[in-house]
Design a protein around this ligand. Structure first.
Ligand SMILES: Nc1ncnc2c1ncn2[C@@H]1O[C@H](COP(=O)(O)OP(=O)(O)O)[C@@H](O)[C@H]1O
Ligand SMILES: [Mg+2]
Length: 287
């Protein structure tokens, strides 16, 4: 569990985060959402200690990062995995060396033991036979998976992902989201994900913090979002007419008003006629 307590952070005269408090729960995918520029990356950087907070405190499982000495911070950093925006792989290194890098930096394991772990994590992200490829030779989705493998190679307790879906198509994004979610569950990691992808919110949003201009505007789960009347939140998540319809459908489904089994065969067959005629009017498609 990571507690964010009354955190404020600015640069020069400009305040970016104002009195933000939230809890990132253990074993869950905790999402920080908000439009571009709302302060998501700054908050994540405060959480991992890349930025010092101006006010407030960040607490990792009862230990305050804010008050920690350098030695203790180093120890904590080794329990933190990070998936950077754009993957940030070393282009001159093979996939295998990229993933092995944290082990070379932070362990004195034998080469064999390191390779065993590297192969385990590559296997986990479904990249079995890519050890000797270079980043330039693999797809965007594969690069993200290498990034995930590298982020988890030291078995972190905490995992931070900044916009893990940036630059990916919707289908690949979903694969990455699900992978992060599964790994979080399997290893009981406290995972923090910055995103402005509404698909991620609805798929893996177990605990969601919505930032608006550097302030906590709302928090809840993906289910809460379906029923939320919060105007700004709705404008952000359900930005299009199409998505507003989807929200309505989910609401009806959750209330048991419609059985949304997505069996649309009938409707497709008779061009929607069965939607407008009731039982008594059967056989009159012009009505
Ligand atoms: N190192 C920095 N120095 C000055 N301003 C910064 C710095 N990093 C971010 N900002 C500003 O903080 C605000 C929030 O940025 P950011 O956290 O990156 O937003 P998000 O990740 O939600 O898109 C922006 O206005 C940005 O310009
Ligand atoms: Mg950002």
């Amino acid at each position: 569990m990571i507690e964010i307590k009354n955190v404020s952070k600015g640069f020069g005269e400009k305040e970016i985060l104002t009195n933000v408090s939230a809890v990132m729960e253990t074993g869950k995918t905790n999402l920080i959402i908000g439009t571009s520029g709302s302060g998501k990356t700054v908050l994540q950087k405060c959480m991992v200690g890349l930025f010092e907070v101006d006010k407030g405190e960040i607490i990792f499982d009862g230990k305050s990062l804010t008050n920690m000495q350098e030695e203790e911070r180093k120890e904590l950093r080794q329990q933190i995995g990070m998936l950077f925006q754009g993957s940030a792989l070393f282009d001159s290194m093979t996939v295998q060396r990229n993933v092995k890098f944290p082990l070379d930096m932070f362990t004195n394991w034998s080469h064999a033991k390191k390779m065993e772990r590297v192969n385990d994590v590559l296997d986990r992200v479904n990249l079995k036979d890519t050890n000797n490829k270079f980043p330039a030779e693999i797809s965007g989705g594969m690069k993200k998976r290498v990034g995930i493998a590298r982020a988890i190679v030291l078995k972190p307790k905490y995992l931070f992902c900044d916009e893990p879906n940036s630059g990916l198509d919707p289908q690949t994004s979903m694969v990455i989201d699900k992978l992060i979610h599964e790994i979080t569950k399997e290893n009981n990691i406290t995972t923090v994900i910055n995103t402005h992808d509404m698909n991620s919110v609805m798929e893996i949003g177990e605990n969601i913090l919505y930032l608006y201009e550097g302030k906590k505007e709302w928090e809840g789960t993906k289910k809460d979002i379906i029923f939320s009347k919060h105007e700004k939140l709705n404008e952000f998540i359900f930005a299009s007419e199409f998505l507003r319809d989807a929200k309505d459908m989910r609401m009806l489904e959750a209330k048991g008003i419609i059985d949304n089994d997505r069996n649309m065969e009938q409707i497709l067959r008779d061009g929607g006629a069965s939607l407008v005629v009731d039982e008594g009017d059967k056989g009159n498609p012009d009505k």
